[in-house]
Design a protein around this ligand. Structure first.
Ligand code: NDP
Length: 405
């Protein structure tokens, strides 16, 4: 029977493990492995209680290729779902190549010492994956992930040419803390304190962090301040969406979050450079991460909704056209189902779906691939069935959801 190995037991790992167990006819025997085995055991216990499925657990240091090779070999995995941190992408990919096992992740590789997101090193493994006869699916979370599939779906069914895409990521959840991050604090703060970047007429244009703000009116939520950030799915979408003239990414942030972030940045707490403290080397952002609430602990206290989607303009049969595809999730409902809030849920469900389509060979091609390279239809169907129903709005050509001041 099929054997599935999940690596990483944080908020997202919890959702992936739950959702794989809820689709046990596809995933077969499931092992959840991570650095701290007790976290895997807790998740396994909850799954047994809520879903009635037994999963195995294991300890692994995913920075070590030999340890990973040993684990993959021992569990006889058919697929490895990587939901550890982006720092582990390359070691897990290399272990998959050595053992000839398919690979999937939700975030592109980052080097711990240089806050830089890019696919270069993962794409560079394309040939090695082809030679090993295996597939790697990159970025199968929500954004990247579902947003790429939304673009492919718009391209396939609604446009001859897409000219502009705005990816709109709104989290209107409230966890009641003055400051906390919804997923790994280090990854989150590195992302939002970095310079912004968007792509227009074939070139990347850089902005200062949080320099461009727009107010977008999100269905089921309302108008929210949204800031232009660089986000990794743009790197693959500019390659794969033909005729594209501009792509941008906006994410909502509340005033309290931004004030805290600016203050932490001003005092040096977001730095990734180690500093000397009483004879000890400390990386400020790692220390901050230790102080902040564990994202997993936000689940039971977070209320409100998320809305992530794509707003696209282009042409169909010579006529201009505007389309908005989006998905709304409710933090409390996600928590009731799988004991994680919506940010982990909206990442973990697409990771499971990507792996399901690979195991079913509906999405299968050797080498390393991004989401928009495959037929979006089976993925879109699964989203509706597996807890992430989406909506489409066909709008007047000149329509906008932006609220002008
Ligand atoms: P967490 O920090 O909650 O969990 C990360 C898990 O990885 C922890 O269980 C951690 O173990 C484990 N881990 C870290 N280092 C190692 C290691 N060296 N060996 C083994 N295990 C390790 O993160 P999240 O669950 O929130 O996020 C998981 C991934 O999902 C990240 O890559 C993140 O960037 C991505 N993501 C993607 C999104 C998308 O839409 N595409 C959105 C949100 C997140 P320990 O418990 O011991 O620390």
């Amino acid at each position: 029977s099929t054997k599935t190995l999940i690596i990483g037991a944080g908020g997202v790992g919890n959702v992936v493990a739950f959702k794989c167990a809820m689709n046990a006819e596809t995933f077969g025997e499931i092992t959840l492995a991570s650095r701290t085995k007790s976290k895997c055991d807790d998740i396994a216990k909850n799954i047994k209680k809520k879903v009635g499925v037994e999963i195995s657990t294991a300890e692994v240091n995913a920075d070590s290729v030999p340890e990973l090779v040993e684990l993959i070999t021992r569990t006889e995995a058919d697929i490895v779902i990587n939901v550890a941190l982006p720092y582990q992408d390359l070691t897990i990919m290399d272990a998959c190549r050595q053992t000839c096992v398919d690979y999937l992740d939700t975030a592109n590789y980052e080097h711990p010492d240089t806050a830089k997101f890019e696919y270069k090193e993962q794409w560079a493994r394309d040939n090695a994956f082809k030679q090993a006869g295996i597939m790697g699916l990159l970025g199968s979370g929500f954004d990247p992930g579902v947003t790429n599939v939304f673009c492919a779906y718009a391209q396939k069914h609604y446009f001859d040419e897409i000219h502009t895409i705005d990816i709109l990521d709104c989290n209107a959840g409230d966890h009641g803390y003055p400051f906390a991050t919804n997923f790994n604090p280090e990854i989150n703060l590195r992302e939002v304190s970095a310079k912004g970047r968007y792509w227009e007429d074939g070139k990347w244009i850089e902005t200062e962090p949080m320099e461009i703000k727009q107010v977008w009116d999100y269905p089921e939520i309302g108008p929210k301040d949204s800031y232009l950030l660089y986000h990794e799915e743009m790197e693959s979408l500019v390659k794969h969406i033909k005729g594209l003239k501009r792509i941008r990414f906006f994410m909502t942030f509340g005033e309290s979050y931004l004030t805290h972030m600016r203050c932490l940045e001003n005092v040096g707490m977001l730095s990734i450079e180690p500093i000397e403290h009483k004879g000890c080397k400390i990386v400020p952002i790692e220390f901050l991460s230790t102080l902040l609430p564990d994202p997993a602990s936000l689940g039971p206290r977070t209320q409100g909704k998320t809305n992530i989607g794509i707003f696209a303009k282009g042409i169909k049969d010579g006529e201009p056209k505007t389309l908005y595809i989006y998905q709304v999730s409710d933090h409390q409902k996600c928590y009731e189902e799988v004991m994680s809030q919506a940010v982990s849920y909206t990442t973990g469900v697409p990771a499971m779906i990507g792996a399901k389509l690979m195991l079913e060979k509906k999405w299968y091609e050797t080498g390393v691939h991004n989401m928009e390279e495959f037929d979006p239809d089976p993925f879109m169907e699964e989203l509706n069935k597996q807890g992430l129903p989406w909506q489409i709005m066909e709008l007047d050509a000149d329509a906008t959801l932006e609220v002008k001041a």
